[in-house]
Design a protein around this ligand. Sequence first.
Ligand code: AMP
Ligand code: MG
Length: 490
Amino acid sequence: MNAPALPFDNSYARLPAHFYARLDPTPVRKPGLLRVNRPLCAALGIDADWLASEAGVAVIAGNAVPEGAEPLAAAYAGHQFGQYNPQLGDGRALLLGELLDREGRRFDIQLKGSGPTPWSRGGDGRAPLGPVLREYLVSEGMYALGVPTTRALAAVTTGERVMRDGIEPGAVLARVASSHIRVGTFQYFAVRGDREALETLLGHVIKRHYPDLAGAGNPALALLEAVIARQAGLIASWQHLGFIHGVMNTDNMLLCGETVDYGPCAFMEAFHPETVFSSIDHGGRYAYQNQPGIAHWNLVRFAETLLPLLHDGQEEAIALAQEALGTFPRLFSEAHAAGLARKLGLRALRPDDDDLVEGLFAALAEDGADFTLAFRHLTEFDGPDAGDFEGLFQAGNALSAWLPRWQERLAADGEDPDARRARQRGANPVFIPRNHLVQATIEAAEGGDLAPFRRLAERVAEPWTWDPADADLARPARPEEQVRRTFCGT
Ligand code: AMP
Ligand code: MG
């Protein structure tokens, strides 16, 4: 007998039955391959040729349930735009099962758009082609940029139509995550007063994502501290790239620390701290500059779910939670400063650099400078590619006025410019999945042409290396191309 194509080992399916609902995906009319992520297949020990074959495509489409899979929709709750919803759950996704990669790390294989579940709340359980391609490009771009993130294993079309603003082609994304356990998963059990489930989930998350904490005297406190530290690092990395998540609800914050749910997200082009992308984010709750504060707010919600496990006395539990939560601003600032130093080519930021940094962001906002290219300009301006780069980006008046201050500061560090530039290149990408490019590849794909999608997928997998031949994939949107709002129509 052949070994199974996907050697599943499903730890979540072994948790108590009220953690999920078991059900199979709903088959689709006519599965068609969009793309298989070959490097990710290799890392996970999946035969990419098999996955791209009719048999593999049938699995991604949900038309065949592979041996060893135990499909389930997970239960979770969450705060959406600040409003608590006790019952969310996987409404259009199913966890197929878990795989161990070549290094023994465990990963969820999830189908997104696989049909209705008990948590669909009247939704169709499906995903349109556009959001599937968007998530594919942006999550893989984020991975290449070194940001912890869920990934895209494969995408298929369904041969069916879905109704959103209009009629759109349907698709399914196979998503890979260290796990899909969310702040909202804890909230689901906390609101029900299900202490036993909270303890089980706590043990599961520690074993799976924070094994070093296995012997901790107060496991709930140890987990809270560890999750806070990971989120501080994650949000700092978003800020460094101008990435705006768009829907930082507590059901979209994973305890493993990976970015999840690429709905109305975008990389900011013209820098402004109040930039918002989501069409439903009227108050700007999830604006660029608010992301650290919102992460902190979400972590407070997480800590609330842990109170009964932190201490038997409520006051003591609250004091422990507050102390842990109080570290977030410092941890975020430290991670943010370290990343900014790399972006600016400095060895480290010093306290007296505050003015310099504030001056830079004020200048970027005044010029409306493209966030990504402005930092790459600070990398290339005195190097061999400076001329080439000028076609792409020229410093505006405010940035030009700021430059001498920074050059003076660089001189004080005294580092060799080539070494500085090489280091800076690893922090300041040229190629990011810009919204107008993503939009153009979606429109081409809807018309049957996948070539632009493939080209962009390959380009954003190599974000650091400048290549003038791909200059069209590095430039910001022209006014008529600007996608100001991305819709949740996911
Ligand atoms: P999201 O906006 O992707 O974070 O989803 C929020 C909640 O809505 C989750 O419970 C989803 O499963 C559910 N949901 C979103 N779209 C659909 C859909 N088309 N059908 C069913 N449930 C959905
Ligand atoms: Mg979500």
